[in-house]
Design a protein around this ligand. Structure first.
Ligand SMILES: CC(C)(COP(=O)(O)OP(=O)(O)OC[C@H]1O[C@@H](n2cnc3c(N)ncnc32)[C@H](O)[C@@H]1OP(=O)(O)O)[C@@H](O)C(=O)NCCC(=O)NCCS
Length: 197
């Protein structure tokens, strides 16, 4: 198989949607991220739990370092409300494993901004960038089976449920399961054609 990793294109950042801007993090962003990840409700269905400030700083530094990799496979991005510039969430896109056309997306929204359709808007933009500019073949997303809202977002994106990975990782002293949803490039093409009619 040829190594398509070297030729991986990059999505044109920032990505913009009707209300949101999905952009690279800068060093100044960590306090805004810490402000929402310290909220217990953000971790209700996620492994881990509210991190200390140092871990958030380290995460933002990691995100900044990843910006310089070529080919780039990790995109951990800030989601801002375009009108105010405020950070309202985070977006993640990973190319895994490189060379096989596989991508994974993730999303999180600031609790005070839930139920405005932001997660759906963000993930639609990630999926579009993944298929149209990263030329991915399949994009997946996963979450804990109890995370009904995250599952609803994946369903709204027309991702198909592929299965349940039972207790496949350990965090915070317990084993976690994940449901996996995914969309293929040819399915996305069909969706795009049907919605543009
Ligand atoms: C999961 C999460 C990203 C959803 O963000 P959001 O911006 O509120 O989601 P949306 O507004 O796009 O809503 C998507 C759907 O879920 C529904 N929904 C949202 N919150 C809900 C709630 N608390 N109860 C029931 N349904 C809810 C919405 O109504 C919408 O469905 P609909 O269009 O059929 O009505 C957000 O809850 C979050 O950040 N949670 C913590 C982090 C997390 O779990 N991330 C995912 C890990 S993989």
């Amino acid at each position: 198989m040829s190594d398509t990793t070297r030729d991986l294109p990059s999505p044109p950042l920032p990505l913009t949607t009707r209300r949101l801007t999905i952009r690279e993090y800068t060093d100044e962003d960590w306090p805004a991220v810490y402000a929402y990840v310290k909220d217990d409700s953000f971790w209700k269905h996620q492994a881990g739990g509210p991190p200390i400030e140092e871990r958030v700083k380290a995460l933002i530094e990691w995100a900044a370092r990843e910006q310089n990799f070529s080919p780039r496979v990790n995109y951990y991005l800030a989601v801002t409300e375009t009108k105010s510039g405020d950070i309202v969430g985070e977006a993640l896109m990973k190319v895994i494993p490189p060379g096989h056309g596989q991508g994974e997306i993730g999303f999180g929204i600031v609790p005070s901004q839930w139920r405005k359709g932001y997660a759906t808007e963000v993930s639609r933009a990630l999926i579009d960038a993944g298929f149209t500019t990263l030329n991915l073949h399949r994009i997946s997303a996963q979450c804990a089976p109890e995370n009904k809202v995250s599952i609803r977002v994946m369903q709204k994106l027309d991702m198909a449920r592929e299965g349940l990975m039972r207790e496949h990782y350990r965090a915070g002293g317990k084993y976690w399961s994940s449901v996996v949803y995914a969309l293929l490039a040819r399915e996305y093409e069909k969706i795009k054609t049907n919605t543009s009619r």
